[in-house]
Design a protein around this ligand. Structure first.
Ligand code: HEM
Length: 398
């Protein structure tokens, strides 16, 4: 067994306050070619030395072996703000919990949200945007769309979605700013309580009604797990999808020849989404902790060590994809890691794909002759823990 490399001098994970602007792909490429498992020393945020993986095979191994690599590390930092978090559960507890909430996220269950809710949100946002003829697609469209869809699915009244989004953001940043995080967590539960009670008394067909009545083996969700799930939904489902939507549009805007093909042939939208998920997933890292002394890729890993799986790097593994940094919608389809794998594989992946497909088609229908706005620099996808373009200045025929 060869020891892992300990922080080679070219391996510089950005400090937290620079995560938004980080560009880690070159560093991950060097790790894949020189030393795919790297040990980094602890710091003020993560006191234990961490082992990072960079290849597809190592990502697959860690995410599928949930006995050797526990997900409880995800709950450790977020539990004070989100409560009982499925992302931080293992084994039977996770299986039972996921069994109850998964029914609402099956492909067949998602389709029913498409005509009214998903298309309705897109129509409203594009009705406002289209006549302008130019604008930032992130500020006016992508950042607003999945939040409104999730609020609609949960059953939160539309007029409250901005408040809901603000709480979700404060909860998300809880580990960095605990006081507002705790206050937002309490405020969200207080807001949801009467809605939950109303759905218990009279189901209305929304997700909340389903969740309070769903049973697996005669078991229902406890209040702790119900509010834990509701507090996870917006951070897990809105930020991830809006950023990926932005990366899809960024690919199209920076490749006008592909844009022209996709406008004409909408069967290319599905491969475009899969290629963008592979090329630059909005969720490039996943966390676990080793439960025993073990090894990854032939490198020893000590029991108790945090393990960071760079799924964004696994999706550029040269042994699976030629020229992985290129955005190429004509690639042969091949499984990627954007939604993770194993027990915690993304619960919302069918919803994300339906939202992305509807979103891209609506943009191409409603914003004809869509092009980059030459008055601004071209868009870039950035980020370390979440990736996406911050702005997408564009013009179109009103
Ligand atoms: C492009 C969009 C999305 C991406 C790239 C993404 C990515 C991921 C990844 C990588 C994981 C696995 C995390 C781990 O193993 O630790 C995950 C889990 C999860 N995702 Fe997504 N996600 C997306 C959209 C959504 C949506 C729309 C929802 C829900 C409405 C959602 C809900 C969840 C939940 C609840 C989990 C935890 C599942 C579990 O613990 O069993 N995600 N997602």
């Amino acid at each position: 067994m060869s020891p892992p490399n300990v922080s080679p001098d070219w391996y510089n994970p950005p400090p937290y306050d620079q995560w938004e602007d980080a560009q880690p792909h070159p560093m991950w490429a060097q790790a894949r070619s020189e030393c795919p498992i790297i040990e980094t020393p602890g710091n003020e945020w993560a006191p234990d030395p961490t082992f990072s993986t960079h290849t597809f095979a190592d990502a697959d191994r860690v995410m599928r072996d949930s006995e050797t690599f526990t997900a409880t590390i995800n709950g450790e930092s977020m539990a004070p703000f989100m409560g009982e978090l499925m992302l931080g559960m293992d084994g039977d507890e996770h299986r039972r919990y996921r069994g109850i909430v998964a029914q609402a996220f099956k492909r067949s269950a998602i389709e029913r949200w498409k005509p009214e809710l998903i298309d309705g949100v897109l129509t409203r946002l594009l009705d406002e945007l289209a006549p302008a003829g130019r604008g930032d697609l992130v500020a006016s469209l992508t950042s607003k769309y999945p939040v409104q869809v999730i609020c609609g699915i949960v059953g939160v009244p539309m007029e409250d979605h901005e408040q809901f989004n603000e709480w979700a953001d404060q909860i998300n940043h809880g580990p960095l700013r605990p006081d507002p995080g705790m206050a937002a967590s309490a405020a969200m539960v207080e807001y949801l309580e009467p809605l939950v009670e109303a759905r218990r008394a009279e189901p209305t067909g929304d997700l909340l009604s389903e969740l309070v009545h769903a049973e697996v083996d005669g078991e229902r969700l406890t209040d702790g797990k119900l509010y834990g799930f509701l507090r996870l939904l917006l951070p897990a489902g809105a930020e991830t999808t809006y950023r990926l939507f932005g990366s899809c549009l960024s690919g199209l805007l920076t490749h006008p020849e592909v844009m022209d093909r996709v406008v004409e042939d909408r069967s290319l939208v599905a491969p475009l989404i899969e290629e963008t998920l592979r090329w630059d997933s909005s969720v490039p890292m996943v966390s676990r902790r080793a439960t025993v002394d073990t090894e990854i890729g032939g490198c020893p890993v000590r029991s108790g060590s945090p393990v960071t799986v760079f799924a964004g790097s696994a999706n550029h593994d040269e042994s699976r994809w030629a020229d992985p940094a290129a955005w190429d919608i004509d690639r042969e389809p091949q499984a990627h890691m954007a939604f993770g794998t194993g027990a915690h594989q993304c619960l919302g992946m069918h919803l994300a794909r339906v939202e992305l497909d509807a979103g891209i088609n609506a943009v191409l229908d409603r914003l004809p002759d869509l092009r980059l706005d030459e008055a601004f620099p071209p868009p870039v996808v950035t980020g370390y823990a979440f990736r996406g373009p911050k702005t997408l200045p564009a013009t179109w025929s009103p």
